[in-house]
Design a protein around this ligand. Structure first.
Ligand code: PMV
Length: 325
């Protein structure tokens, strides 16, 4: 039997303009467009081997066999690939995250981007970048942004066909870095799939979504002109807006811990003192502190000295998902 396997690597990404809420949950069509940057050095490596005659898909993550809902989510995703390739083989999936264990960094973006690339190539599908991004989107919305490299925009689109991500600038365009202040590795949060489903229960979501094109414009322009002050203002506003929606959903979602707010306050102080820094927070308590790469060492030291911070990870801007041997 010829080899029907492939291995791919994809980075995590941090949204500068956030995706929160779906117009269509099954297809993961987002309520609004988003912009992100890929995070070099925080990646998932995944090998997919399609097996003729196997009855079930199997999944190993970081050396441990996985069953239950996590396997079902991967299996539902693999069914999309089977359908596109017109075959009924099952797959063995072996995946590893290099994120230091227990840092609470979400891995679904890098995981489904690497899975989309490895599974489609192993199934002999040679998808165009847009089609690959659309496929990754079906596994986890933010995964569509880990297919292209550098600074990436996911256009909400009118439907499945035009809801995909594309690069708006290369990793070299602007030497930024994300210093991730790890507040808690243990804290159990509501996952984003459940969270998206609550977004429309907030009376603030409609306003957040209606204003998204305006924020996307400001962010895109700030990135293209390398204007850190403009970027800082819009990134913090957008993160605050998403958390306002989360906190006013039914039931409410409070992702911040005490140290999250402490870091947010310090970041504002440091910026007033002339340091190029701004914060962004996802569906968890850790704080992503965006800065210029030249200042990343200083920012990491400052963050490490804030009480309650367990560790700081530093990630420059990353490249696209790619195949490896
Ligand atoms: O792709 P998901 O379902 O994990 O959702 C991502 C949600 C946020 O990380 C909070 C925002 C974003 O745009 O990445």
């Amino acid at each position: 039997m010829s080899d029907q396997s492939a291995t791919a690597v994809a980075c995590a990404n941090i949204a500068l303009i956030k995706y929160w809420g779906n117009r269509d949950a099954a297809q993961r069509l987002p309520a609004n467009g988003s912009i992100s940057m890929n995070l070099e050095g925080l990646f998932t490596r995944t090998r997919v081997a399609w097996r003729e005659g196997f009855k079930e898909d199997s999944l190993i993550i970081n050396g441990l066999p996985v069953r239950g809902t996590a396997l079902q989510r991967v299996s539902d995703f693999l069914a999309l690939v089977r359908n596109m390739a017109g075959m009924d083989w099952r797959a063995e999936v072996v995946s590893e995250n290099n994120f230091p264990a227990g840092t609470g960094i979400a891995s679904s973006a890098s995981a489904f981007a690497a899975l989309a690339l490895a599974a489609s190539i192993a199934a002999r599908l040679d998808l165009e970048p847009a089609a690959l991004s659309r496929l990754a989107r079906r596994g986890s919305g933010s995964a569509c942004r880990s297919i292209p490299g550098g600074f990436v925009e996911w256009q909400a689109g009118a439907g499945d066909e035009d809801s995909f991500a594309a690069s708006i600038a290369s990793p070299e365009h602007w030497e930024l870095a994300d210093c991730i202040a790890v507040v808690s590795a243990e804290y159990k949060t509501t996952g984003s799939t459940e969270g998206h489903a609550l977004a429309d229960t907030s009376p603030l979501q409609a306003g957040r979504v209606a204003d998204a094109p305006h924020r996307l414009d400001i962010c895109r322009r700030a990135l293209l002109s390398r204007d850190f002050d403009a970027l800082a203002g819009i990134v913090e506003l957008d993160s605050n807006l998403m958390h306002a929606v989360m906190m006013t959903s039914t039931p409410p979602l409070f992702y911040w811990q005490e140290s999250t707010l402490t870091v947010m306050r310090w970041v504002r102080e440091w910026r007033l003192g002339g340091l190029p820094v701004c914060y962004s927070i996802d569906a968890g308590p850790n704080v992503h502190v965006i800065t210029e790469r030249a200042a990343a060492g200083r920012v990491a030291d400052l963050l490490g000295a804030v009480p309650g911070i367990q560790k700081v990870l530093v990630a420059p801007v990353g490249g696209p998902a790619r195949l490896v041997k």
